[in-house]
Design a protein around this ligand. Structure first.
Ligand code: PGA
Length: 255
């Protein structure tokens, strides 16, 4: 069984002070939880400070993006080494908002994954179909193609720390989540693909998480699906009580 991963993507929200307030509440609400891996992804500007505030907790830090070069003349970019230095263990790569608004492609996503792994960061790689692609009956086809190109050039020894986040674009920030069975169908196909590419050992370690309008009201049924190993939470992660309820999802008997 995979240890469930519950990650909060704060996106472009919170100043340092607002982030610190949220973290102080989370520290209280999530005290003592051992069986869930809890990750938050605040903006770059808060990482260093929140790293100090989280020092004696089990809550881990993620960045929301990185650049693939080690250093140099790349104005405005941040490298994996810099993220490690402020305490990040994870980094979100290829979020659909980055693909849509900042021109990220399957190719740049692949370069970022390789750079993250090189720097010892665990990538949370986002994939997902648009509404048109779902309505055309092609979610699995689209997501499989994205996963294949994201993982291009990665050998079996490299993927065990990699997390795939299935985030249907039509479900992000819309209040319209994929039903548990819609999500399960795509997760199952991703698992199958990973199995074909990397075999049993890699697949046993790799987690496939769901994102898109995850809330306290739908978390239990999502996490009851056998191939959903966790969630990536946007909006609801900005509310400490909601995020804590998501982390404390009701475990089904198999889990
Ligand atoms: P949402 O965002 O939970 O607000 O839909 C999810 C995400 O973008 O990771």
């Amino acid at each position: 069984m995979h240890k469930p991963l519950i990650a909060g993507n704060w996106k472009m929200n919170t100043t340092i002070d607002q982030g610190a307030q949220l973290v102080m509440k989370l520290r209280e609400l999530l005290k003592g939880i051992q069986d869930i891996e809890i990750v938050i992804a605040p903006p770059f500007t808060s990482l260093q400070h929140l790293n100090f505030l989280l020092a004696d907790t089990a809550i881990k830090l993620s960045a929301q993006n990185l650049f693939w070069e080690k250093n140099g003349a790349y104005t405005g970019e941040v490298s994996g080494e810099m993220l490690r230095a402020v305490g990040c263990e994870y980094v979100i790569i290829g979020h659909s908002e980055r693909r849509r608004y900042f021109g990220e492609t399957d190719e740049t996503v692949n370069k970022k994954i390789l750079a993250a792994l090189r720097e010892g960061l665990k990538p949370i790689v986002c994939v997902g179909e648009t509404l048109e692609e779902r309505e055309a009956g092609r979610p699995v086809e689209k997501v499989s193609a994205q996963v294949r190109s994201a993982l291009n050039g990665l050998g079996p020894g490299m993927v065990k720390d990699l997390v795939v986040a299935y985030e249907p674009v039509w479900a992000i920030g819309t209040g319209r989540n994929a039903t548990p069975s819609q999500a399960e169908e795509v997760h199952d196909s991703i698992r199958e693909l990973l199995y074909e590419e990397y075999g049993m050992a890699a697949v046993n370690d790799m987690r496939i998480i769901y994102g898109g309008s995850v809330k306290p009201t739908n978390i239990d049924s999502l996490m009851a699906q056998p191939n959903i190993d966790g969630v990536l939470v946007g909006g609801a992660s900005l509310n400490a009580e909601d995020f804590a309820r998501i982390v404390k999802f009701e475990k089904s008997p198999e889990r």
